[in-house]
Design a protein around this ligand. Structure first.
Ligand SMILES: NC(=O)c1ccc[n+]([C@@H]2O[C@H](COP(=O)([O-])OP(=O)(O)OC[C@H]3O[C@@H](n4cnc5c(N)ncnc54)[C@H](O)[C@@H]3O)[C@@H](O)[C@H]2O)c1
Ligand SMILES: CC(C)(O)[C@@H](O)C(=O)O
Ligand SMILES: [Mg+2]
Ligand SMILES: [Mg+2]
Length: 333
């Protein structure tokens, strides 16, 4: 069955126009959502834990942030845009004590509901609007008249209007300008984790780094390896984004087509797909969630070490050296 695509005419901002919306968190998605919802004419309060950097940024953007409890006490709709690992704490300590019948709990990713870290009472609506793109892009596309597509899902429909409200939020952040597809918390959680691990974050980065290392180990200049395996990726992906794989294949030489169509399949083979399946199984069984919660409980040492290793790597050093050149070459309009 082909998925139904919801666009602007399927969504009505009036569903949430008179509601008080608390956006908890002002980071990657929080800032984008708060600004887009406000620019869409909605009543937004930013709720934060501490008067730190996010607080200052929200003030700079013209909000009057308040502490989380205060935002929640006054809200009809509470949107969780603090990190996934923080949401359970925020729910238990700052949201649950002030829950009112008929309140809406909204998520941008299904992790906490799907893996049962948060178990809301029956008398609230629980739904999701999950942008399929990074927070800064959600803001950037919106300000330029576009929108990043989103998935919506309803976990609990106490009011009978949860789906309409999810569509209205999606419209408020600009997603229905592109299109919105309905899913479940399970499907969004599992596919989102799979995508970021195998392709978007993990797969693409390690593919580029492995190719860079192979060339450098063979004695080629790091700058040449950087242009070839890292910098040009954006140009190729931009063409895929605009014209699909076939459009990309048409834009490159026949030599690249032949080499790409043969060596690509040799490199990304059945063994790689077996590993992808293992990664999917780890996500589906809940083992990845368990591992991540444990890592977070130990202060995220793997993230700290991993970030340090990447930052100090030869490819990053080379990229920093080429930064000025790359900036000079960017289109000017
Ligand atoms: N980053 C993305 O582009 C993206 C895309 C789709 C969905 N999501 C989902 O959106 C949600 C928010 O993710 P994000 O990446 O925007 O978060 P983020 O890491 O950018 O969030 C930072 C915000 O949370 C606050 N915060 C950080 N630690 C906190 C703590 N211990 N207690 C209270 N507040 C704390 C910070 O002050 C800041 O305002 C998550 O559910 C995530 O999965 C994110
Ligand atoms: C932007 C991503 C990777 O799509 C999102 O899923 C995230 O977790 O940050
Ligand atoms: Mg994600
Ligand atoms: Mg994602």
């Amino acid at each position: 069955m082909v998925a139904k695509i919801y666009t602007d005419q399927d969504a009505n901002l009036d569903k949430i126009k008179n509601k008080k919306i608390a956006v908890l968190g002002y980071g990657s998605q929080g800032r984008a959502w708060a600004l887009n919802l406000r620019d869409s004419g909605l009543n937004v309060t930013v709720g934060l834990e501490r008067e730190g950097n996010s607080w200052k940024q929200a003030e700079k953007d013209g909000f009057k942030p308040v502490h989380t409890e205060e935002a929640v006490k006054n809200a009809d709709i509470v949107i969780f845009l603090v990190p996934d690992m923080v949401q359970r704490y925020v729910y238990l300590e700052k949201v649950k004590p002030y829950l009112k019948e008929g309140m809406d709990l909204v998520f941008a990713h299904g992790f906490n509901i799907h893996y049962r870290l948060i178990e809301p009472p029956k008398n609230v609506d629980v739904y999701m609007v999950a942008p399929k793109g990074p927070g800064p892009t959600v803001r950037d596309f919106y300000t330029k008249g576009g929108g990043v597509p989103s998935l919506i899902a309803v976990h609990q429909d106490y009011s009978g209007e949860a789906k309409e409200k999810a569509l209205a939020i999606a419209k408020g952040i600009g997603s229905t300008r592109a299109g919105v597809i309905e899913t479940t918390f399970k499907e969004e959680t599992e596919t989102d984790l799979f995508g970021e691990q195998t392709t978007l974050v993990g797969g693409v980065m390690e593919l580029m780094r492995s190719a860079f290392k192979t060339l450098v180990d063979l004695g080629y200049q790091p700058e040449v390896a950087y242009f070839e395996t890292i910098n040009e990726m954006k140009m190729i992906v931009d063409i895929i984004y605009d014209k699909g794989f076939s459009g990309m294949l048409k834009a490159v030489s026949d030599t690249a087509k032949y080499g790409g169509l043969t060596s690509g399949k040799y490199e990304i083979n059945e063994d790689v797909r077996k590993r992808m399946l293992e990664i999917a199984e780890k996500i589906r069984s809940g083992k990845f969630a368990e591992e991540w919660i444990e890592e977070y409980g130990r202060g995220s040492p793997t993230i700290k070490e991993g970030m340090e290793e990447v930052e100090n790597s030869l490819e990053e050093q080379t990229g920093r050296r080429l930064k000025e050149l790359i900036e000079r070459g960017k289109p000017k309009s």
